[in-house]
Design a protein around this ligand. Structure first.
Ligand SMILES: [Zn+2]
Length: 79
């Protein structure tokens, strides 16, 4: 199974559809088993969805990094 670190690194590729079939399959398997990454993907989708609707093309990467940072902090304090 993929590690949580791998998931957070590849999350934006997954959402943008850049991963191949097997990578997506492994991604989904992890998301079913891991509530942390499931929540992370949900938040990341919201951020990316908001950015594209608002037309902030340059802001999305910074916002993604912000969410990544927040999730990593939450993970390190909860375990
Ligand atoms: Zn995970």
């Amino acid at each position: 199974m993929l590690s949580c670190q791998h998931i957070t690194q590849k999350a934006s590729d997954y959402i943008e559809g850049k991963l191949n079939f097997w990578q997506r399959l492994k991604f989904r398997a992890h998301l079913r088993a891991c509530i942390h990454c499931d929540n992370f993907l949900r938040q990341l989708r919201l951020v990316i969805g908001y950015s594209s609707r608002a037309g902030h093309q340059c802001a999305s990467e910074a916002e993604v990094q912000q969410v990544l940072h927040r999730i990593r902090q939450a993970e390190s304090t909860s375990s």
